[in-house]
Ligand binder design. Structure first.
Ligand code: DAH
Length: 346
């Protein structure tokens, strides 16, 4: 019996050496140690042995079983290691390769300018309001004191959607919306940044889509000096502390008096350069004292209230501030252009 057991062991150890995957290990285990194995057969014969023999055969059988188990386990670990090494070899990563460059997003220059203007006016207590880009003829023109015959109402200049709905040609329509919507008329300060549309042929200095910030302040005893002080703050904030502004008389139907405002040239210190076209001054916006008709059309008593208003082009400010010479750059989303505005906060 002992011989038989040793024979089984020898045979098993030989076979284990040839195993090279997990199923063959399992098969070999059941072949040599399982219920129907020759080992079990030998063990079944134990009952016929004398106690002396039983003791001896029992000891050998335990050793044989243990040796076979140990050999199986050892072989199993070797197989697993080989498998792992094979997989690692196949999945080899070259850690010396340079990583792929991640290109971080940046704020659009128009967003940066808009936010800067918003921050300034919020700090002065203004509401920032938003309104629809499609608005009525009444809000865009009629209540802004633009008579029916006014050239700005020509369908050639604006994108009409129906006879009396159009893409707003300026954010001034928000003056009307804001004042008309107010139930109990009271003093207020607001700005409205937003997109505007005109039937312009796109070129380096024109775009059919552009953006403005409208400003409107209504209250008692509001005067031109309030407007001047406010716009001085705006010019200094956008173009530098040393900037000065000047008012030139102009005409807008919704303001009386009306002005165009120039800022002293930030590029040449007013010596004259190509940005200010040799004049030392750069035009930045239109403004004026709200026309009494506009106040009345929107339900404000013009004998009690006065107001000032202004409208500034965001692309214009951004172009001056950042030296952008082609308007189209704002809308084509070319990374090489946008990347210039990747301001890093340290
Ligand atoms: N709406 C004018 C434009 O688009 C700009 C403007 C001028 C707005 C004078 C105003 C203003 O509020 O008072 O050119």
């Amino acid at each position: 019996m002992i011989e038989k057991l040793n024979g089984i062991k020898e045979e098993a150890l030989k076979e284990i050496e040839t195993c090279n995957d997990e199923p063959s290990i399992n098969n070999t285990r059941s072949k040599y140690l399982g219920k129907k194995s020759s080992f079990s057969e030998v063990m079944a014969g134990m009952s016929e042995l004398s106690p002396e023999e039983k003791k001896e055969v029992g000891k050998v059988s335990n050793e044989v079983r243990k040796d076979i188990e140990d050999a199986l386990n050892k072989r199993f670990i070797i197989i697993k290691n080989e498998e792992l090494n094979k997989r690692l070899e196949a999945d080899k990563i070259d850690i010396t390769l340079p990583s792929r460059k991640k290109i971080p997003g940046t704020k659009h220059p128009l967003t940066m300018v808009r936010e800067e203007i918003e921050d300034l006016f919020i700090s002065m207590g203004y509401d920032v309001v938003d309104g629809p880009e499609v608005d009525s003829d009444e809000n865009c023109f009629e209540k802004l004191n633009l008579p029916k015959s006014h050239p700005a109402r020509d369908a050639q200049d604006s994108f009409y959607i129906t006879e009396d709905m159009l893409l707003r040609p300026h954010t001034s329509s928000m003056q009307v919306r804001y004042m008309t919507a107010m139930e109990e008329k009271h003093p207020f300060k607001m700005i409205c940044p937003g997109k505007t549309y005109r039937r312009d042929d796109d070129d380096a200095t024109h775009s059919h889509e552009f953006s403005q910030v409208e400003g409107l302040v209504v209250g008692e005893n509001i005067s031109l000096s309030d407007l001047k002080g406010t716009l001085e703050c705006l010019a200094k904030r956008m173009f530098g502390r040393d900037r000065e502004i000047r008012f030139r008389a102009s005409y807008f139907p919704f303001t009386e008096p009306s002005y165009e405002v120039d800022v002293s040239c930030f590029n040449c210190g007013q010596k004259g350069c190509n940005i200010c076209k040799g004049t030392g001054w750069i035009e930045i916006l239109g403004c004026g004292m709200v026309h009494p008709n506009v106040l009345e059309f929107c339900g404000f008593d013009h004998t009690k209230y006065q107001g000032f208003a202004f409208g500034v082009g965001i692309e214009r400010v951004a172009s001056l501030k950042y030296g952008v010479t082609n308007m189209r750059d704002y809308f084509t989303n070319d990374y090489r252009f946008l990347h210039n505005f990747n301001r890093k906060e340290m």
